[in-house]
Design a protein around this ligand. Structure first.
Ligand SMILES: Cc1cc2nc3c(=O)[nH]c(=O)nc-3n(C[C@H](O)[C@H](O)[C@H](O)COP(=O)(O)OP(=O)(O)OC[C@H]3O[C@@H](n4cnc5c(N)ncnc54)[C@H](O)[C@@H]3O)c2cc1C
Length: 507
C-alpha cells in the first residue's frame, strides 16, 4: 500500500472515522474526510432528541482499539457517544483531514486514468485513487407519505432533526411512529406536554433495557485493569451473538424472547384494552426488537393516548384518523425512522463505462461483502448493503469492513495494480447465498419492516453470526477481483491533467 495513495472518505460517523484512523496507523496520510454537516459524529450528531441513547451496550458499541473505561452507563446517551467520537478524532489527529460543509454530489470513475473525480455541492472537484463511502445506513430521515403533511399549520419536525428551540411544554403534541427513536423520546416529553397522541401503525416488541449507571469505582477498575474491560466486552459480544440462533438459525427459538416480552407487557400495563393495543401480531425479531424501561409507563400517563386507528390525512389543524376523529395538535414529531432499505447511492456514482450505481441497484442494492460492487473499481462502501445488524454492535461490522479495505489497498500494491473491482460472478454468487440464508430467518417471517424494500428484498441485514463476517472480511481473496494494470503503479500516479481546485491530500 502506497503512502501516497489518495483516498477520499465520505462521512464522519463511526465508519468514516474508523477508516481514517486505520489509514493513519498504516502510514497513509494522503486522505481527506468529507462531511456535509458542520461537525463530526454522524448518527450521534443528528439524533440529539431527548432520551437518545444506544441500544447496544457501550462497552461493545465502541472501537475495539479505543476502549473507553469511562462510559457512565451501560447504554450511553447521545452526548457521551458524540464526545467519544470527538475524542477519537483528536486522539488520532484526524482534524487536519476533516472538511465540513463538503457535501459530495457525485463521484465518477475515469477508466482511462483509473481515478475518481469527486464533486462537491459547491462545484469543487477533487481526484482520488480510492473512494470510501461512509455515509451511513440510517442517515437519511424518512418522511411519511401521508396526504396533507405539508398543510399542517403547527410545528412539524423529524426526530433526527429535533427542534430544540420549540417549547413543547404545555402543547398538544402528536408523535407519528413507535420505532426505536419514538420509544426513547416519548417517555421524555410525555411529562412536559399537555397532551400526547402516539400514532401507532404496528406495535413494537419491547423488552426491558438492562441499563444502569456505571459507578466511579467500576470505571476506575476498567481504567486500571484494562483486562477487566476486555472480559466485559467479550462477554457482551457472546451474549448478544447467541441471539443469532433465534434470529437466523432456528426462528422457533424466538418463542423464548417473545414470551419474555409478553410477560413484561403484562406486568407493566394494567389496562387490558391498552395491553391489547400494544401487543404485536408478528413474530418477535421480524422488525427491530426494542428495549425500554419507561415506554409502557409513559403511555399509561393520563395525558397520553396511543392511537391505532390509522391515519387518513393530516389537516392544517392536526391528524385525521380513519375512524373520522380529528386530533387537534400544536406540533407533530415524526418518529418515522430512516430510508434504509430503499438503498440508493447517497449521490450520483458512476463506475466503469459510465455505469450508474442507482441504475445498477434498481432492483435492490447488492454488493460483495457489503463493501465492493462489480463495475466500480476502487470504490468501497462501509455499512453497505446487507451489513446491518438486528442483534449486536454495528461498530464490529464497521471495523471488519475497514480491515477489508486496508487489505484491498495492500492487494493493489502487491499486484502492482491501479484499480480493482470484484468479479460480477463472485458478487452474484455471494448474494444468491446471502439471500437464501435470509429467506429462512425471522426477518422473512411475514411482517413489513424497514429491513426490506417495497418489493420485499432484504437489503439491510447481515444474515448470520458477526464472527463469520469478520472471518470473510479478514483479507481480500485476490481471485475474487479483477485488477487493472498500473501505468504507472499506484503510489506513483501522475499529476492530474488539469490541477483540480483542491486535491484529496488535504492533510
Ligand atoms: C438513533 C439511532 C440509534 C442507534 N443505535 C445504535 C446502537 O445502539 N447500536 C448499533 O450498533 N447501531 C446503532 N445505530 C445505527 C448507527 O447508525 C450505526 O451504529 C453507526 O452509527 C453508523 O455509522 P456510520 O458512520 O456508518 O454512519 P453515520 O453515523 O450515519 O454517518 C454518516 C455521515 O455521512 C455524512 N454524509 C452523508 N451523505 C454525505 C454526502 N453526500 N457528503 C458528505 N457527507 C455525507 C452524514 O452527514 C454523516 O455524518 C443507531 C442509529 C440511530 C439512528
Amino acid at each position: 500500500m502506497s503512502p501516497s495513495t489518495r483516498v477520499v472518505i465520505i462521512g464522519t460517523g463511526f465508519a468514516g472515522l474508523c477508516m481514517a484512523i486505520r489509514l493513519k496507523q498504516a502510514g497513509i496520510h494522503t486522505f481527506t474526510v468529507l462531511e456535509k454537516a458542520k461537525s463530526l459524529g454522524g448518527t450521534w450528531r443528528d439524533n440529539d432528541y431527548p432520551g437518545a441513547a444506544c441500544d447496544v451496550q457501550s462497552h461493545l458499541y465502541s472501537f475495539s482499539f479505543e476502549k473507553n473505561p469511562r462510559w457512565s452507563r451501560m447504554f450511553a446517551r447521545q452526548a457521551e457517544i458524540r464526545s467519544y467520537l470527538e475524542h477519537c478524532a483528536d486522539k488520532y489527529a484526524l482534524r487536519p483531514h476533516l472538511r465540513f460543509e463538503a457535501e459530495v454530489t457525485s463521484s465518477v470513475f475515469d477508466e482511462g486514468r483509473g481515478v475518481w473525480t469527486v464533486t462537491l455541492a459547491s462545484g469543487e472537484q477533487m481526484e482520488a485513487d480510492v473512494v470510501v463511502t461512509a455515509t451511513g445506513g440510517l442517515s437519511r430521515p424518512s418522511y411519511p407519505d401521508i396526504p396533507g403533511l405539508s398543510t399542517f399549520r403547527g410545528k412539524l419536525f423529524h426526530s433526527a432533526r429535533w427542534d430544540h428551540e420549540y417549547p413543547l411544554a404545555g402543547k398538544k403534541v402528536g408523535v407519528i411512529g413507535t420505532g426505536a427513536s419514538a420509544i426513547q423520546f416519548v417517555p421524555q416529553i410525555a411529562p412536559r406536554v399537555q397532551a400526547l397522541r402516539v400514532f401507532q401503525r404496528t406495535p413494537p416488541w419491547i423488552l426491558p433495557k438492562p441499563d444502569r449507571v456505571i459507578g466511579r469505582l467500576e470505571q476506575a477498575l476498567y481504567a486500571i485493569v484494562p483486562f477487566l474491560q476486555w472480559i466485559h466486552r467479550l462477554l457482551l459480544y457472546w451474549f448478544l451473538e447467541l441471539r443469532v440462533l433465534g434470529f437466523a438459525v432456528n426462528p422457533k427459538l424466538m418463542a423464548l424472547p417473545q414470551s419474555a416480552a409478553l410477560r413484561y407487557l403484562e406486568k407493566s400495563v394494567a389496562d387490558p384494552a391498552l395491553r391489547k393495543k400494544l401487543t404485536p401480531n408478528y413474530t418477535i425479531g421480524c422488525k427491530r426488537v426494542l428495549i425500554s424501561n419507561d415506554y409502557f409507563e409513559a403511555v399509561q400517563r393520563p395525558n397520553v393516548d396511543v392511537v391505532d386507528a390509522g391515519i387518513r390525512e393530516i389537516t392544517p389543524d392536526g391528524v385525521l384518523t380513519l375512524d373520522g376523529r380529528l386530533h387537534e395538535l400544536d406540533a407533530i414529531i415524526l418518529g418515522t425512522g430512516f430510508q434504509a432499505s430503499e438503498s440508493v447511492a447517497p449521490f450520483e456514482v458512476r463506475g466503469r463505462g459510465g455505469l450508474d450505481l442507482n441504475e445498477h441497484w434498481k432492483d435492490g442494492a447488492e454488493a460483495y461483502l457489503g463493501t465492493t460492487v462489480a463495475g466500480f473499481p476502487n470504490l468501497f462502501l462501509i455499512v453497505g448493503p446487507n451489513t446491518g445488524l438486528g442483534h449486536s454492535s454495528m461498530v464490529f461490522m464497521i471495523e471488519s469492513q475497514v480491515a477489508y479495505v486496508m487489505s484491498a489497498l495492500r492487494a493493489l500494491r502487491r499486484n502492482g495494480a491501479r484499480s480493482m473491482d470484484v468479479r460480477e460472478d463472485v458478487q452474484t454468487d455471494y448474494n444468491r447465498r446471502l439471500h437464501a440464508r435470509l429467506d429462512g430467518a425471522v426477518w422473512s417471517s411475514g411482517c413489513t419492516s424497514w429491513y426490506r424494500t417495497r418489493t420485499g428484498k432484504n437489503t439491510t441485514l447481515w444474515p448470520t453470526f458477526t464472527f463469520t463476517f469478520r472471518m470473510l472480511t479478514r483479507s481480500v481473496t485476490v481471485a475474487d477481483y479483477r485488477f487493472a494494470a498500473a501505468e504507472p503503479a499506484l503510489g506513483r500516479l501522475p499529476a492530474p491533467a488539469t490541477d483540480p481546485p483542491r486535491t484529496a491530500t488535504a492533510a
